[in-house]
Write a protein that binds this ligand. Structure first.
Ligand code: NAP
Length: 281
């Protein structure tokens, strides 16, 4: 599994990690086994959120990483409604309790909300000083939102922007990804398989994924992941509750596409115009 330096942090993070949204609906033992299988395969970047299952998913993650905390690059998120100066600190304490740990590696604001960003950032900095989080970042922030955050935080404060990015939704390539590349901020691609709407092999894009997959002895899902992380700023976090899927996704972390394969996929999944609003789920 290829690892890359995670922007302004000193941490080498696997390019493909593990998402956990909706994991509370999967069979618990199977989900726990899948997460641990992912750790064994080097997918040590685990993404969760206080929102997922109203905290239930953080508890599943806590159980999965028990005894292995030091292996994990652990990411969780504060809900915008909780992201006041005091509320952020309190939400982090609850997340730490559910996760069974004393620190989170990366703490994200789940999406821009009504609380002043300056207050959320001040709370993040307090949590950092207390050692409860190592780094903080943002999610669902467009380039203009990132400019505002940068003005508040100063350079090298923002450790990531987590946004919707899959082959069929390349909107972030217009402004968010260039912004991240310019400011050395990692971009974490969420829903890399379209969250349940993976391109059918009968579609133009699906056929292109299948063709590259066949040529490389890979699967279309692996090719999709390799396509997303083709630029060094990008990391991806597929969710998989089945160990077979996890193993497949982990192996994708070693697949490097050629320039010709990337060009074929870019043509099959046209970029389109910049959307009026940042695409989200
Ligand atoms: P996703 O990763 O795009 O797709 C998950 C689906 O793909 C599941 O049904 C999974 O099945 C299936 N799958 C996984 N690996 C596969 C493989 N190798 N072959 C075939 N199918 C495979 O969906 P997502 O959960 O929406 O996004 C991923 C993560 O991003 C989330 O879990 C969450 O951590 C994060 N996220 C963040 C935000 C945000 O606002 N910041 C929003 C959405 C998502 P099984 O589960 O049955 O294995």
């Amino acid at each position: 599994m290829i690892r890359r330096p995670f922007g302004p942090t000193s941490v080498a993070v696997p390019v493909v990690g593990q998402g956990t949204w909706n994991l509370e609906h999967d069979d618990r033992r199977t989900a726990l086994a899948a997460l641990r299988c992912g750790l064994d395969a080097g997918m040590t970047h685990i993404d969760t959120a206080e929102m997922y299952g109203d905290g239930a998913v953080e508890e599943i993650v806590g159980e999965a990483i028990a005894g292995r905390r030091d292996e994990v690059f652990l990411v969780t998120k504060v809900l915008p409604r909780n992201a006041s100066r005091r509320g952020t600190v309190d939400a982090c304490a609850r997340s730490l309790r559910r996760l069974g740990t004393d620190r989170v590696d990366l703490y994200l604001l789940h999406w821009p909300g009504r609380h002043p960003l300056a207050d959320t950032i001040a709370a993040f900095e307090e949590l950092r000083q207390k050692g409860q989080i190592r780094y903080w970042g943002l999610s669902n922030f467009d380039a203009e939102d990132l400019d505002l955050a940068l003005a508040e935080a100063g350079p090298r404060g923002i450790a990531c922007d987590q946004v919707l990015y899959h082959p069929g939704e390349r909107g972030i390539e217009h402004a968010v990804l260039p912004w991240c590349e310019e400011h050395d901020v990692p971009l974490m691609a969420y829903s890399p398989f379209g969250s349940g709407s993976f391109p059918s092999p009968r579609s133009r894009g699906g056929a292109a994924l299948a063709e590259v997959a066949q040529a490389r002895g890979a699967t279309p899902h692996q090719v999709a992941l390799a396509f997303l992380v083709r630029r060094p700023a990008v990391f991806a976090i597929p969710k998989a509750a089945r160990a077979a899927h996890v193993a497949e996704n982990a192996a994708a972390g070693d697949l490097i596409l050629s320039a010709a394969e990337i060009a074929a996929l870019e043509a099959a999944f046209p970029l389109g115009e910049r959307p009026a609003r940042l695409p989200t789920l």
